[in-house]
Design a protein around this ligand. Structure first.
Ligand code: PNS
Length: 160
């Protein structure tokens, strides 16, 4: 069974993430979306909120599950019995950081492959931090995040 892990902060999940999830779930038998417990970046959404928002959007994708991890990504990948890390690539600006992480992850765990999927061009400008900034400043996040969670995200900003 070919199992892939799609890791990230997902603070919150965007249409760009969902596009990568949908496309990679067709290539692998099983895909685990793995939410990192961030120590460096303080997330806006709690772990349970981030996982809940992902679960709402992946409804209908039977081979996709949501989990979280703390510590090294490659250790989580091995514990899951997975062989592949999936990463989405947007603009060239993603490349250097992703290249460094892919090489370091291979050094840490040579059996794990990192595979990159090019984002759909209409999402190449999209990021969770921009979604949060737009929502915080009262702009429209329609088409940026899955419609089913749009109100959940807006509600968060009403509370904070
Ligand atoms: O969505 P993000 O914030 O760009 O995701 C970054 C993530 C979670 C993929 C990266 O921070 C990560 O893998 N963290 C786990 C810790 C780890 O394994 N670090 C060594 C990477 S070489």
């Amino acid at each position: 069974m070919r199992i892939a892990i799609y890791p990230g902060s997902f603070d919150p999940i965007t249409n760009g993430h969902l596009d990568i999830i949908q496309r990679s779930s067709q290539v692998f038998d099983k895909l685990t979306v793995a939410v990192v417990k961030n120590h460096s970046k303080k997330p806006l959404f709690t772990m349970e909120e981030r996982k809940g928002l992902i679960r709402k959007t992946i409804n209908g994708l039977s081979n996709v599950e949501v989990d979280h991890f703390d510590g090294l990504l490659v250790d989580f990948v091995s514990a899951k019995g997975a062989q592949v890390i999936i990463k989405g690539l947007r603009a060239m600006s993603d490349f250097e950081y992703e290249f460094q992480m892919a090489l370091l992850n291979r050094k840490l765990q040579p059996n794990v492959e990192t595979m990159f999927m090019m984002t759909n061009h209409q999402y190449s400008y999209l990021s969770s931090s921009m979604v949060k900034e737009i929502a915080a400043l009262g702009g429209s996040i329609t088409d940026l995040v899955p419609e089913i969670i749009r109100q959940d995200i807006l509600d968060k900003f009403r509370k904070v």
